[in-house]
Design a protein around this ligand. Sequence first.
Ligand SMILES: C[S@@+](CC[C@H](N)C(=O)[O-])C[C@H]1O[C@@H](n2cnc3c(N)ncnc32)[C@H](O)[C@@H]1O
Length: 243
Amino acid sequence: MAITDVPRAKTGKRNIPRALAASRLFWDRVMGPGYNKRVLRIGREFYGAFVAMLVEGGDIPPAARILDVGSGPGLVTLLLAEAYPLAQVTGIDHSPRQVRAANRMLSREPISNCGFEVGNAVDLPYAEGSFDVVVSTFSLSCWPQITRGLEEIRRVLVPDGSAFIVDADSGSTQEEIRRFTTTYAAAGSCRRLQEWFTRRFVFGPAVAIDGDTGEAMAAAAGFGRVVMEKRRGLPFFRLILRK
Ligand SMILES: C[S@@+](CC[C@H](N)C(=O)[O-])C[C@H]1O[C@@H](n2cnc3c(N)ncnc32)[C@H](O)[C@@H]1O
């Protein structure tokens, strides 16, 4: 199997969970609205700490042009715009409904250095070298061709640009997943169902990848420097990439 392919299930049949995760319509109609409600309930405090962790150790120029790929409800994007008031931050998502939700949130904030656009991670609508920094959170494993998306991120970065990517790690321990799943599911209704869904779908091997695979994909996408980090106790991996 080429690492850029959507993996097939062990049975050799089509990987339906991954095909759903990669579907724009699925995010538009099914996953997006529920996911966004949960993000808002989990709230700014959690996401503020998360954004700090996302770019920790990164030397982000104050007036950087920052792109957030797969921005969803846009909270990470907004918090970055708040943290870097001189920067210009753009969120892009393939789901028009997610972009509308992000724009609604933006319209309630006194923030003028942030915007949202519709577009696909595997075919970014920007010229080469358009951004100093690219971030992406919990979106990578949804892309239909992950390495292709990483190549696109590399293309739109300036020559010494950096990317910071966080995603669910299928190699996490059961305890890491259990703790996160409980917090995440507690922010929604039907807690039991949510816990099952998060464990099986978000962290399951049919959809999620592990940090080592993410690292190999970033190297295959041509990044000059690739660092993969796994935080103890958290079921995520972080990729720190240098063009
Ligand atoms: C789990 S949400 C994460 C949203 C946000 N980054 C966050 O951390 O809250 C994943 C988002 O990625 C978007 N997405 C999935 N595949 C995409 C693709 N190929 N191009 C752009 N966005 C994509 C989905 O529409 C969804 O809004």
